[in-house]
Structure formats: structure tokens, C-alpha cells
Design a protein. Structure first.
Length: 286
């Protein structure tokens, strides 16, 4: 999952403020507002709708994410996506099909929350369904998206920002949004060229960089685990924690870790484990 501020409270796909969740996420919004001011929305990815009160300037700042399709159009639009996935997508390149399906879904925005997560799942679904990655092998394209988060945001906005001026909407008394013009075709037909180009770049990074790096890590980890087992018997969870401490501290156990979490280790065992880490991971992990 991408580390973004994801928050949407809506009624049939439109934002409203419910006190409980507002209180729960308000701290994150306030921190974003203090750090970036009214530019904070440029640093948010996913579903959000919020208001921030500046007590010093006596000013209320309100913001919301992309306006999705009208509730009355959702059934038709989602049915169209399903038909595309089961029909036309079969004759398209896998990456083009994945980009069209996933970004088409997120622009429709059919749910109160979770649209971004489902959108990224659909990318993986379309690629896996077409046999793009070997059966049973996870293809972590979301990691590449995270590395390219600014580009990802720009691609999302390449259509949604141009769409906003032609959507006529008004606020409702329930803090909702009512769209007054026919917008269904805006979501049914869109130019997915930049979206496909972006996903191609992410797929290439995944193949050429991320998967080889992950494979090397797993090989190194197996080597490290075997070396530690030769020193001391350790549960998997403890071993994971040990690796985390070593990675954070340049291959050495900190004084605090030796005195607390790993106080049971002798000096000799600690020395051998640190050596095992250096031998297993080398400069890449030190």
C-alpha cells in the first residue's frame, strides 16, 4: 500500500464530514497543513476531503480530491469496465489493458473509501490475468509507483484537473456535492496514453531493478539466517527484528539493542552475528 494520506467520507461517492472519522484523521491533516499550507493537497495521494481552520489568520481552508462520477451513472460505468476487462482488453497489450482498467476505475470513484487501493489492485489483476508474470509470483509494480509518486500524481491529474472545469457542481446542506450536468461520457472515454506510458515505466523498473534487488535480498537473507542458526537458535520473528536492528545501524547492534532486546547474546555471539551480516549482505546492506 502506498504511504499516502488516504481519507474519504462520502455519501454515494461524495464527501461529507462525520465527526468520528474526522477526529481520527484530523491530526494528519493538521500536520500537512502546518508544513505545506494551502499547497498541502499537492502532497496527498488518494481519497481525501477535509477542512482546516487557521486560528491565527481566522481563515477556513477546505479541500477535496477528484470529483467522481454521478451516483446514477455508477452502475453503467462499472458494468462498462467489467465488459472491457472481459472483452476488448483481451486483444490489447497487457500493460495498456491494465492502465486503462485501473485508471478508468479510479476516475469513476465508485466507493466511499478504498478506490486507490482497488485501483492499484486492478493493475496487478490485469497483468497477472494475462500471464504477464509467472503464476504464483508477485509482481510488485506498486513499489515502482511509490518510487515515482510525484509522477504518479501528475498522471492522475493529467485528466482529472482538465475535467474539473467542465463538471458543474454545487454543495449540499449535508456537506455533499451535487453534479448537475451529464458527465458519464467523461469517465467512459478518456485518453489513457500518459497512464499507459507511466505504467510501462513502472513495469520496466520492476523487471530491471526491483525484482533483481528483491531476489538478491532473499538470497542474502537465507545466507544470513543459516549463519545465525549456526550461532544460536532464534525464532523467526526475533530474527527479523535482529536483521532490522542491524540494517538500521550499519551492520552493528546498538548498545541499546544489546542491553535490551538482545541482552541474552554474549559478546562472542554478537560478534559472530555481526560478521555473518557483513558476509551475507556486504556493502549493499551495510
Amino acid at each position: 500500500m502506498l504511504p499516502a494520506l488516504r481519507y474519504k467520507e462520502s455519501m454515494r461517492g461524495r464527501p461529507s464530514i462525520h465527526h468520528g472519522r474526522w477526529q481520527r484523521v484530523g491530526g494528519r491533516r493538521n500536520r500537512a497543513g502546518r508544513q505545506w499550507g494551502e499547497d498541502c493537497t499537492a502532497h496527498l495521494v488518494g481519497d481525501f476531503a477535509f477542512a482546516l481552520w487557521d486560528s491565527r489568520q481566522q481563515r477556513l481552508f477546505c479541500a477535496r480530491d477528484h470529483i467522481g462520477a454521478r451516483p446514477d451513472d455508477l452502475a453503467s460505468l462499472v458494468s462498462g469496465l467489467i465488459a472491457f476487462d472481459r472483452g476488448a482488453a483481451e486483444s490489447l497489450d497487457a500493460v495498456v489493458a491494465a492502465a486503462t482498467l485501473a485508471f478508468g476505475f479510479v476516475y469513476i470513484h465508485p466507493f466511499e473509501d478504498g478506490n486507490g487501493r482497488i485501483h492499484r489492485y486492478l493493475m496487478h489483476h490485469a497483468l497477472a490475468r494475462r500471464g504477464f508474470n509467472p503464476r504464483g509470483v508477485h509482481f510488485p509494480v506498486s513499489a515502482a509507483i511509490l518510487d515515482r509518486i510525484d509522477e504518479y500524481r501528475s498522471v492522475l491529474e493529467s485528466y482529472s484537473r482538465r475535467l474539473l472545469p467542465v463538471v458543474r457542481w454545487e454543495p449540499t446542506e449535508s456537506h455533499n456535492v451535487r453534479v448537475s450536468n451529464d458527465t458519464a461520457d467523461f469517465y467512459r472515454f478518456f485518453d489513457a496514453t500518459p497512464h499507459a506510458e507511466f505504467l510501462y515505466a513502472c513495469v520496466r523498473q520492476t523487471i530491471e531493478q526491483d525484482l533483481p534487488r528483491e531476489a538478491r535480498f532473499l538470497e542474502n537473507f537465507d545466507r544470513f539466517r543459516a549463519a545465525v542458526a549456526a550461532v544460536i537458535d532464534m525464532p523467526d520473528r526475533t530474527l527479523d527484528n535482529l536483521l532490522g536492528f542491524l540494517r538500521q545501524n550499519g551492520g552493528r547492534l546498538s548498545k541499546r539493542a544489546r542491553e535490551q532486546e538482545f541482552a541474552a547474546l554474549t559478546e562472542e555471539e554478537t560478534r559472530r552475528i555481526e560478521r555473518a551480516y557483513a558476509d551475507s549482505f556486504g556493502v549493499d546492506e551495510s
